[in-house]
Design a protein around this ligand. Structure first.
Ligand code: A3D
Length: 321
């Protein structure tokens, strides 16, 4: 039986970590594509030379030729510019849309049956554009953002409560921007509501609420916090790990329920847009979307986030991208 073939478009910071994780976890054979001559070849050679230590037999191929995508089962796209300090994700729209256009045309040409995970920003717009240009069915085109945003939320909760992050269930819905919606009411530690634990810790409901607001705000601004510290680019270790979790659910048909930037066809009252929602990921890609019951406040936040996605997509149309 052949190993899965995973193509990575964009061999920069995230692309490099993706290739290394695929090798270390022995997920499949990887192809790392970039437009910079020799660069992906150099990264793959470097990672492959750790095979004697990491003991993997999967192959890694760096390339500047799209033809090497042929036969890919999964394509993960990180091609495009990352943010610099002071930039919002939306500032990347024009440059990255032009890059995404050429990427989508080539993936359509050389990997027409693949499942595509997009990471390039602004995420919700780039997923929309890729699907439009490729014409791939919606279940085979989706984005990584919610897994990372939710991991950030869970990490901050774990630090605050002094418990293992393994026991935290926390989810962030909506678009991948400042309007994202960390779901406070559903956040729990092995079933115990996080708010209940915060109230017990501080013995003061108002203080607990204030602390949670800080965790939520930090989650929403977490990408920018990293950009500010790195100064030369944006987060790359955690986005790569997040896309790998999605990849594992697909290649092993695990049907993990993960927050995915998925196409909505009426769910959450939204039709025709890609938005972050809980989805079942399996061998067919997005196999099901779960609708969570939202209260009035949560619905208003979700609507606000969906409107931000709609504005971004309208901007793309207006600019003819
Ligand atoms: P970076 O290290 O700059 O890598 C991007 C790579 O894309 C570079 O090596 C470029 O040479 C390459 N590239 C440029 N144009 C093309 C093209 N036409 N075809 C193929 N490759 C091309 O960036 P990065 O890896 O840090 O980030 C990649 C993208 O992910 C950026 O748009 C980030 O904003 C985005 N990002 C998303 C998240 C999410 O959670 C959604 C998190 C962090 C970063």
């Amino acid at each position: 039986m052949r190993r899965p073939k995973i193509a990575l478009i964009g061999g920069g910071q995230i692309g490099g970590v993706l290739a290394q994780l695929i090798a270390q976890k022995k997920l499949g054979d990887a192809v790392l594509f970039d437009i910079i001559q020799d660069f992906p070849q150099g990264k793959c050679l470097d990672i492959a030379e750790a095979a004697g230590v990491d003991k993997f037999d999967v192959s890694l191929k760096g390339t500047n030729s799209y033809e090497d995508l042929q036969g890919s089962d999964i394509v993960i796209i990180t091609a495009g510019l990352p943010r610099k300090p002071g930039m919002s994700r939306d500032d990347l729209l024009v440059t990255n849309a032009n890059i995404m256009r050429s990427v989508a045309e080539n993936v359509k040409k050389y990997a027409a049956d693949s499942i595509v995970i997009i990471i390039s920003n602004p995420l919700d717009a780039m997923v929309t554009l890729f699907q439009k240009i490729s014409g791939f069915p919606h279940n085979r085109v989706f984005g990584q953002a919610g897994v990372l945003d939710s991991s950030r939320f869970a990490t901050f909760i774990a630090w605050e409560l002094g418990v293992s992050v393994k026991n935290i269930n926390a989810q962030v819905l909506g678009g991948h921007g400042d309007t994202m919606v960390p779901l406070v009411r559903y956040a729990n530690v092995n079933g115990i509501p996080v708010m209940e634990l915060l109230e017990r810790k501080y013995k003061d409901a108002a203080k607990a609420k204030e602390v949670m607001t800080q965790l939520v705000e930090r989650t929403k601004m977490a990408g920018g916090e990293v950009v500010k510290l790195l100064k030369t680019g944006s987060a790359f270790y955690s986005p790569a790990s997040s896309a790998i979790q999605m990849t594992e659910s697909i290649i092993y048909d695990e049907k993990q329920v993960l927050p995915v930037c998925a196409y909505l066809d009426g769910e959450y009252g939204v039709k025709g847009y890609y938005v972050g929602v809980p989805a079942v990921l399996g061998s067919k890609g997005v196999e099901k979307i779960f609708e969570i019951t939202l209260n009035e406040e949560e619905s208003a936040l979700m609507d606000n986030s969906v409107n931000a996605v709609k504005t971004l997509v309208a901007d793309m149309d207006r600019l003819g991208l």
